[in-house]
Design a protein around this ligand. Sequence first.
Ligand code: HEM
Length: 284
Amino acid sequence: MTTDFNPLDHPEADHSAAGGPAVGGPEAERREAGGPVSRVRLADGRTAWLLTGHADVVRVLNDPRFSRAAAVLPAPRATPDVAIRSSPDALINMDPPRHTAVRRLITAGLPRRVRAIRPRLARTATRLLAGIAADGPPADFVARYALPLPTIAICDLLGVPEEDHHLFHAWARVRYLDAEHTAEQATEAFDRLRDHLSAIIARRRAEPAEDLVSDIVRASEQPSEGELLTNLLAFVIAGHNNSATLLATGLLTLCRHPAQLGLLRRRPELLPGAVEETLRHTRF
Ligand code: HEM
């Protein structure tokens, strides 16, 4: 890939999504213009209140009269991975004090583990980009970089051996890339992922290693098997879409703002700020 290559200039580039919902767009703007509190209809037909003002959101999130756990309902038409996200055993669906305890279990060792995988992850990123550059344009950035990189990062964090990464890649492709998949294929990919994680938990219980699963197993006194598995699966699910979306929309946004892209190329030390800005700019 030459440094002045811009995917948006390529004849196969699809401009129809310009200004689409992933990076703002009319629907998000309409909602925000409707005021900080508006009534919205959810996918299953129920209605809910949508808060878009920062102060309102902070107030509600910190007010114990609002409960996450009380709002958990079985997911309609759920494939198993969607069902995990609506499990009462999943971190995102708990209230304090249970939430505080489980969250601490998962996050206590996380910064150290992230630092440990960083050098290998940087090499992986370089390898994925080198593969794209070697093949030349056009390239499917999501399939070849934005999705596999989070998958590899999560596998490394959890201590999934490299020869088993393919199970995670297969699930991620079915879940996020392959729009043609059947419900059976999605279920099969997820079942293989779940069985594998279950085996990892059993192995780490018997013989702890240097990874996040071992940290959690070590730190938890009486973790129920279901809670542990549900939250590790939720961790895998939670880590994919947001990261892949950020990487893909970050690149797209820079391509749409060539002056900012040029600035970043000249002054790579601005990168941390650019990541923060992209996080604020991207709608997930
Ligand atoms: C660009 C990247 C990411 C963004 C923007 C993002 C955003 C968020 C947001 C907004 C929440 C709060 C959801 C809620 O309370 O309902 C959340 C929760 C969570 N995220 Fe992420 N996330 C990202 C990456 C990741 C990654 C890489 C992982 C794990 C590998 C992860 C795991 C989680 C977990 C476990 C929770 C639940 C935390 C809790 O309930 O205390 N996220 N994330």
